[in-house]
Each structure stands twice: as C-alpha cells, then as structure tokens.
Write a protein that binds this ligand. Structure first.
Ligand SMILES: [Zn+2]
Length: 365
C-alpha cells in the first residue's frame, strides 16, 4: 500500500482517496534525493524506488506553472520543480492530521491544556514554514532569482514557455494537416475504386438481365408473340399491338369472350383490350369482294400451332344467298349491290374441324 514516506505523516492512498492530495516519487537527482531522505526523518532505510511523499509537505511555489492548462482553462498538472524538497509538516507535532484534530477541539476555551497545545501548534507551524522558505531560497537557484524580484526575468520565462507551447502547437497542426492530406488522398482513391466497382456491378446486372430476358423469350416464344413477350418483360401503360398480336387475339376472342377477359384481366396475359379488337375489326379488317388477305394472314399465324394432320385441307366452292339491298361503303366511298348471291372459295380441313373463306365474289341473278 503506497503511503507517504515522511515519518510523521500517516497519509496513504486509500485514506486520501477522493481528495486533491497526490503522491510524488523520489527525484532522480542524487543531491535532491538525499535532501528528500533527510526531510523524511526516518531512522529506517527508505526504498526510494517505491517510496512517495504526499503533496502536504510541499509549498505552492514548489510546483511548476502549467501554462498550457492555464491557457486552455483546464485543471493544471501538479509537476514539482526539479529542486523542490519537502518542507511542510515534517515534525511529528506539525502533522496535518494532528493539527486538524486539535483545531476541531479548540471550541473548548475553558481547558488550559488545549490552549497551550494550540499556541504550540501555531508556533511550530510558523517555524516549519519559515524553515521551508529558507531551504527553498538556498536550494532553488531559479526560485532565488524570482524571489529577489526580477520581474523581467519571470516575464521572459513565461514568454519562453508560451513560445515553446506555440511551437509545439504549430508542429501539431502541421502534423495533423499532413495526416489530413494523406487521408484525403486515401478517400479519393477509395471513392474511385468504389465508383469502378459500382460500374462493374451495373455491367454485370445488365448482362444478367439480358441473359434472363433471352432465356425467358426463348421459353415464351412457343406461346406468345415477340411483342407480347416484350410487353411481359417491360410493362408499358399503352403497349403497341402488331397485326399478328391482333389476329391471334381475335382467334382467342372468337373461341370465348369470357375466357378472353379472364386470361387478360385475371391471369395477366398481355392481350389487347376488347375495344381495340373492335376498332381494329371495324377499321382494318377488310372483307371486300376478292381474295380475303386479312383472313389469309390470320390463317398464317393460326396455322403455326397446328400439327401436320391438322394442316391437311382442301379447297371447296360454295354459293350463299345474301341481302339484296344496296350498301354504301363509307371507307371506300363505293356503293355495293344490288347482289343476290355470294360465290365463296373455302379452305376446309380434312382431319380436323375448321374451315375458312378465302375468296368472295358477289353476283346478281
Ligand atoms: Zn505525507
């Protein structure tokens, strides 16, 4: 347990914990160390490597000024002068503890013994202070100069201290600036590396997307048209429909209206709306006398999904009665009729159940 080496002092670490009291190790300078040992007034040997002396035994002048702390307005470090020697409370009677005890009991003036002890204590205290100051004057040449009263010396001393402090601060600032510059460079290189990485990631993502789209379109090509696949992969608000899409959709619509709506709205298959089909049929689907090219185109797209047997077909000729009234074609600005019959060339399947008119001519008997 580290404690104070002064014979009369009973202070030790645990006892003075929480107070401002600190413990100083013995100085390295031999002559000053000897003075410390003498001041401790011990008969036994002191192990100067471990021994300490508490701050009770030092004068405020024994400590160096902490200019940095004063400048920064923080708690100063208690650093002893090189030549400082313990000078206070060294005798048994001048122990600070004893002093306190006697001072606290001094409220009993009736007791003559206590009054005497009080006086003695004061006298001893005065003596020890005087001795300490005298020793300080003789031992510390710097202090001696100071006490002699050369104010200019002390000013230049503090100026030197301040200059040294400023130099140190400037050095620190320069060091920090160089460090900051290094960090800036590092940051720049890291940002570059990051942008390169993110570009690479973006490229990889694009490649993956392209491959996925290719694979998906290969799988879906059997069911959907190219345009439908495009609409599936990139959902547009108003997709553009091709002639092939419309003709396929018309085939599906002709099978079942309910099924068409279900597939379009509930399953989410990209199909043109019913209104678009109606518009297309009324505007684009030509069914005028002659070869029915729109029908042939529809058959072309439809036949892609048929087997060889289903494709086997024959041409047949048919005659149908038609409305004999005269009609006006607004698009062509042409009057049709009067006709009584339509001569139709049909394509009929041999092994499956489908037929389609491909040629039409209107006659009048
Ligand atoms: Zn002590």
């Amino acid at each position: 347990m580290p404690g104070c080496a002064v014979f009369s002092c009973k202070n030790y670490n645990r006892k003075t914990k929480g107070s401002d009291l600190i413990y100083h190790t013995f100085p390295k300078d031999d002559s000053v160390c000897k003075q410390w040992i003498h001041a401790c007034r011990r008969k036994d040997k002191i192990n100067i490597k471990n021994a300490t002396v508490c701050s009770v035994h030092f004068l405020p002048e024994d400590y160096e000024r902490d200019l940095k702390a004063e400048l920064l307005n923080i708690k100063p470090k208690k650093m002893l002068n090189i030549s400082a020697v313990p000078s206070l409370h060294l005798d048994i009677d001048s122990r600070p503890n004893k002093l306190n005890i006697e001072a606290s009991s001094s409220h009993q003036p009736e007791s003559p013994q206590i009054t005497v002890s009080d006086r003695q204590t004061r006298q001893i205290n005065r003596d020890s202070r005087k001795r300490g100051l005298e020793r300080l004057k003789t031992l510390s040449p710097k202090k001696k100069k100071f006490d002699v009263g050369t104010i200019t010396d002390s000013t230049s001393d503090s100026e030197r201290h301040l200059k040294a402090l400023l130099d140190k601060l400037e050095k620190d600032i320069k060091q920090m600036q160089t460090e900051m510059n290094k960090l800036k460079l590092k940051n720049k290189s890291l940002t570059l590396a990051l942008s390169r990485r993110s570009k690479h990631i973006q490229q990889l993502e694009n490649r993956i997307n392209v491959k996925v789209k290719e694979r998906v379109s290969i799988v879906l090509r059997k069911i959907f048209t190219e345009n439908q696949i495009k609409n599936l992969l990139v959902t547009k608000k108003k997709p553009k429909w091709t002639r092939e899409d419309i003709s396929r959709a018309l085939t599906l619509r002709s099978i079942s209206r309910k099924c068409y709506i279900y597939l379009r709205q509930s399953v989410g298959i990209p199909l043109p709306s019913l209104s678009i089909l109606r518009l297309w049929v009324s505007n684009s689907f030509k069914c005028r006398p002659g070869i029915l090219s729109d029908v042939l185109f529809m058959m072309q797209t439809q036949c892609k999904n048929l087997t060889k047997n289903e494709l086997l077909c024959i041409l047949s000729f048919d005659e149908m009665n038609v409305d004999a009234r005269v009609c006006y074609d607004q698009d062509e600005d042409k009057v049709y009729g009067p006709h009584s019959q339509a001569q139709v060339v049909m394509v009929r399947a041999l092994c499956s159940n489908w037929k389609q008119p491909i040629f039409l001519i209107l006659t009048l008997q």
